[in-house]
Design a protein around this ligand. Structure first.
Ligand SMILES: [Zn+2]
Length: 247
């Protein structure tokens, strides 16, 4: 089922997982906002740019208790985090969530063409930065987010950014990876990216029995395809850097 609001679009997938997209952000840049329905509480994984109130547009977010977790602090993932009362993220980026500035959240990469419809009067892509969103709970490797009938474990996967995390649901073989991996060229060239750490994080990912990857951008894919992407990256493909720099 697909339903549309003016700004956000929600697509229901299997396993009580839905994908929320910002309709007027370029498909090359908008992040995947994941909604996981639990028995007691729902989980939002990443929050988009937050240029409109997501809780106004997506009814289920105001009807049920919800925890928001950001896989990392970049503007396309954490812009809407301030809209939620329960805000989870990794301590390595706690300072950025609390005191965001354009270079720290890589909003200096935001080109005007990425935001295809003006969200409000006075919006200026050359100056915009998201509102501070201090974490209410810091989560690190091994911590568990319990939704009542489903458990997601935090996996720390630094490299794209120092506090990048994934949420791993072992029971269903589903992992939400943020920008640690997606089906595209991996951004390993940002100011706080460390390609060697990303290689190590991807090697760790390969050890998990993953069936489905819900990534931070683009389409979801199988665990087998995840391994192919990882091998391609480790072989020097899919890097934004020149290959010999990451060996
Ligand atoms: Zn990112």
């Amino acid at each position: 089922m697909t339903s549309k609001s003016e700004w956000y679009e929600i697509k229901k997938l299997d396993d009580n997982v839905s994908l929320i997209l910002e309709r007027h952000i370029s498909a090359d840049w908008r992040c995947n906002i994941w909604h996981v329905k639990g028995r007691d509480v729902d989980l939002i994984i990443d929050t988009g740019m937050g240029l409109k109130l997501i809780t106004d547009d997506i009814a289920i977010l105001s009807e049920r208790p919800v925890i928001a977790v950001c896989t990392h602090s970049h503007y396309d993932h954490a812009g809407g985090l301030c809209q939620f009362d329960k805000r989870l993220g990794h301590p390595a980026e706690a300072e950025i969530f609390a005191n965001p500035n354009r270079s720290a959240v890589v909003a200096n990469l935001l080109e005007a063409s990425i935001v295809q419809r003006r969200p409000y009067d006075g919006f200026d892509a050359d100056r915009w930065c998201y509102e501070p969103a201090p974490l209410t709970t810091q989560v690190d490797e091994g911590n568990v987010i319990d939704l009542g009938d489903r458990i997601l474990r935090v996996v720390h996967l630094p490299g794209h950014s120092p506090g990048s995390i994934a949420l791993w649901e072992e029971a269903t073989g589903t992992i939400f990876t943020g920008d640690a991996i997606y089906d595209g060229k991996l951004y390993d060239h940002l100011y706080h990216s460390v390609p060697e750490q990303l290689c190590e994080s991807l090697r760790r990912l390969k050890e998990l029995s993953v069936k489905t990857v819900h990534a931070g951008h683009f389409k979801s894919f199988s665990g087998d395809h995840m391994k192919t992407i990882i091998d391609e990256y480790l072989n020097g493909q899919r890097s934004m850097l020149c290959p010999n720099k990451i060996r």
